[in-house]
Design a protein around this ligand. Structure first.
Ligand SMILES: [Zn+2]
Ligand SMILES: [Zn+2]
Length: 644
């Protein structure tokens, strides 16, 4: 029988005829070639695929390196198999369940009556090192249902047989390395030796299937990296992140709280946090006025008809707070401000001459988020967006988008973000049905966004298929002080709401034309932005944002009067200053002010009184020595004005 041939297309576009059954690795590296160290798997017709797995049909084949997000998932997931293998080798009575990759790591849930101790984790790590050193080939089998069932049933792996009973199909893939076999869709790294550096991080309880009525399992978390350096860098960053956790700092600095009595995800701003918010919001309002925005205020609830017309009831209902009834009418808390701003736009006939109009509101919205995903200030149920809607003509899109991006960069600089990443989200040309609006409108809008980015000479990544169904958008990620990325500013074109609400303006030609609508938020929400700022600055806000900017401290009671006078001078200059006149050791007072991250400490003793001076210390520990009070005042005032 003649050998069946298939056509494979390589990343360089070249096409090759090869026998069916050739593996992805053989095609990419040649039969005798070595698989490059950073390759984790292959991608075959867009689907992740084991490098050793044979190809049966025509295919486009490319490698998945570690630095591809999918590559990292496969790498982490491969490590969790190694962990499960080690656990089974050391604790044979343990039952395995599932072990997915998560961001920057993996976990596996085990059923074992005794808890895993820190010593157990060390033993598991040692065993994992042996498995990696043995460099077992990871093999993929396709077994019929009965064989899979028998295999796991004979070994008492009830969780695996339970999962199998719920899967559809006749054959299932299982992966083997050494003596260990797991039921898994894969793919995996070619052999266990591919895992270069890993660490087990912690054990936590987790219910089988997240269901509290089911068995409590033990979840072991870990992380894995292609080098020891990358692993150490990751662990260091985690440690830094822990120190900056805004929930911990929020309590320590008395900035905000969230409690069960009020409700999960609903934030209480304490005076110091509220002061920072007030400063951010004031700064923000001023800047919007300068840039031609008009302020609007809109209600927190609206009749259900509004949400029907806007379409939110159709596609956003599960994220909305339940309706409340009054006088036979249903009202709902707003999850978005857009429909209200539209109502303001529609309150009169608009002419082409008055466009664009830009409505800005710090609008508090309410969104239902599952209890399990709420996280401090970063994921909440009540949030205040720095929301604006720009209503303009199609020929104004470029200028408006450019002005928004200019505001974005101004904002990032003001809050100390130096780095950013821009993503341009476009429609998926292969899936037209997903999007509303004509091709002509989309082409125009996508081009407007892209030419604006090019005109401003900004680096960006095109993301086909990532657009909203109602329009293309630009998303910007800010990179914080320890290199984490936060998605904040977004500029979105919308072709849906103008249709639904029949938004128009009177053109120069005396005809009605469809208005273009741009949604844009820059901070995102004040709550989340505050959480990110706390972590970015590690709670040490720059002087202009610090709730308390300076504290005057006495060494003995003899300086009380002088210290009070200096405090008043600071306040008269618009500096948020306090005095600490307590009869405590000065070292104690300084330590306390440092813990509170107060930027300036003015220590006064007899010598300072005599010289009309203060010994100035910074919260980081730097001692500026004695300086005339006026000089210190001018220095603080200057930092406030320059927002540094
Ligand atoms: Zn697997
Ligand atoms: Zn909007």
């Amino acid at each position: 029988m003649p050998e069946r041939k298939i056509t494979v297309t390589l990343p360089d576009g070249s096409e090759h005829r090869v026998p069916a059954g050739t593996s992805a690795a053989e095609i990419l590296c040649g039969t005798a070639g070595r698989i490059p160290a950073d390759w984790v798997a292959a991608r075959v017709n867009g689907k992740a695929w084991d490098l050793a797995r044979p190809l049966t049909d025509d295919a486009k084949v490319e490698p998945i390196p570690w630095d591809d997000p999918e590559g990292q998932r496969i790498y982490h997931h491969s490590t969790t198999h190694i962990m499960a293998q080690a656990v089974k080798a050391l604790f044979p009575d343990t039952k395995i369940t599932i072990g997915p990759a998560i961001e920057d790591g993996f976990y596996y849930d085990f059923d074992r009556p005794q808890p895993f101790t820190p010593e157990d984790l060390e033993r598991i790590e040692a065993k994992m090192r042996e498995i990696i050193a043995a460099d077992y080939v990871v093999s993929r089998y396709e077994w019929p249902r009965l064989r899979v069932h028998e295999y796991f049933q004979q070994r008492g792996e009830d969780y695996k047989t339970e999962l199998l009973s719920e899967f559809e199909g006749d054959t299932f893939s299982c992966y083997q390395q050494g003596e260990f076999i797991d039921l898994c869709v894969g793919p995996h790294v070619p052999s266990t030796g591919r895992i270069k550096a890993f660490k087990l991080l912690k054990v936590a309880g987790a219910y089988w299937r997240g269901d509290e009525h089911k068995q409590m399992l033990q979840r072991i978390y870990g992380t894995s990296w292609p080098s020891e350096e990358l692993l150490q860098a990751y662990l260091h960053k985690q440690e830094e992140a822990r120190k900056r956790d805004h929930r911990v700092l929020g309590r320590q600095l008395d900035l905000f709280s969230i409690n069960e009595m009020v409700g999960p995800g609903l934030v209480l701003w304490h005076p110091k946090g509220a002061m920072v918010r007030y400063l951010i919001e004031n700064f923000w309002r001023e800047e919007h006025l300068r840039r031609g925005y008009d302020f609007v205020y809109t209600p927190h609830v609206g009749r259900i008809q509004l949400w029907e017309t806007s379409g939110h009831l159709g596609w956003y209902k599960e994220n909305m707070f339940a309706a409340m009834e009054m006088e036979g009418q249903d009202y709902m808390a707003k999850p978005m401000n857009c429909p209200f701003h539209i109502q303001v736009y529609q309150s009169k006939l608009r002419s082409y001459r008055e466009l664009p109009v830009r409505f800005f509101e710090l609008g508090t919205v309410y969104r239902y988020e599952r209890g399990g995903v709420l996280h401090g200030l970063l994921r909440v149920r009540g949030l205040t967006q720095d929301d604006a809607h720009i209503f303009c003509r199609a020929d104004q899109i470029n200028d408006e988008v450019e002005a928004v991006l200019d505001l974005v960069f101004f904002m990032m600089k003001s809050f100390g973000f130096e780095e950013y990443k821009i993503e341009l989200s476009l429609r998926d040309p292969k899936d037209r049905a997903k999007y509303i609006g004509s091709d002509a409108v989309w082409d125009q809008a996508e081009q407007a966004l892209e030419t604006t980015l090019q005109r401003m000479d900004l680096p960006y990544k095109r993301a086909a298929g990532e657009a909203n169904f109602y329009g293309p958008k630009i998303d910007i990620k800010l990179v914080d002080a320890i290199g984490r990325e936060w998605q904040l500013p977004t500029v979105q074109l919308d072709f849906q709401l103008p249709e639904r609400f029949d938004l128009s303006y009177m053109g120069e030609d005396g005809q009605r034309h469809r208005t273009v609508m741009i949604h844009r938020a820059i901070l995102g929400s004040v709550e989340r932005f505050f959480g990110i700022l706390i972590e970015h600055y590690a709670g040490a806000f720059p002087v202009w944002l610090a709730p308390v900017q300076a504290r005057v401290m006495t060494i003995t009671d003899r300086q009380r009067e002088y210290a009070t006078r200096v405090g008043e001078q600071l306040q008269a200059m618009g500096i948020r200053a306090e005095t600490d006149l307590r009869n405590e050791k000065i070292s104690y007072k300084i330590r306390e002010a440092q813990t509170e991250k107060i930027p300036y400490m003015l220590v006064v003793g007899d010598r300072e009184v005599a010289a009309e001076a203060a010994a100035v210390r910074l919260r980081g520990g730097k001692d500026l020595g004695p300086m005339p009070v006026q000089e210190c005042l001018a220095r603080i005032r200057d930092e406030i004005d320059r927002k540094v």
